[in-house]
Design a binder for this molecule. Structure first.
Ligand code: SF4
Ligand code: SF4
Length: 94
């Protein structure tokens, strides 16, 4: 089982040094950090929480083995996704 970093990663470098399995690498091909699925242990045996997802500041950038965001929209900002959509719509209207 492995987590996955997707293209919304902003290359902040926060996760890479925390990985106990050295599974996180900068992919020049993808243009962002990625997780080697053969190395990721989901931190089992090392930590209670997945270290990469617990430090990542970008909601939705890290997916679990089922493709579901570990930090879904609103989980870090505290702003409900519906409210965020309203605000974005208001901003675009001006
Ligand atoms: S879940 Fe743990 S082992 Fe897997 S990439 Fe993230 S920090 Fe590394
Ligand atoms: S912490 Fe998140 S945004 Fe930062 S490099 Fe890792 S995956 Fe990308």
């Amino acid at each position: 089982m492995a987590l996955q970093i997707i293209e919304s990663c902003v290359n902040c470098y926060a996760c890479e040094p925390l990985c106990p399995s050295k599974a996180i690498f900068m992919s020049s091909k993808a243009g962002h950090f990625r997780i080697n699925p053969n190395k990721c242990t989901e931190c089992e045996g090392d930590y209670q929480d997945t270290q990469c997802a617990s430090i990542c500041p970008i909601e939705g950038a890290i997916l679990d083995a089922n493709g579901i965001a570990v930090n879904p929209p609103g989980s870090l900002t505290g702003i409900p996704p519906e409210r965020m959509a309203e605000v974005m719509a208001e901003l675009q209207a001006h």
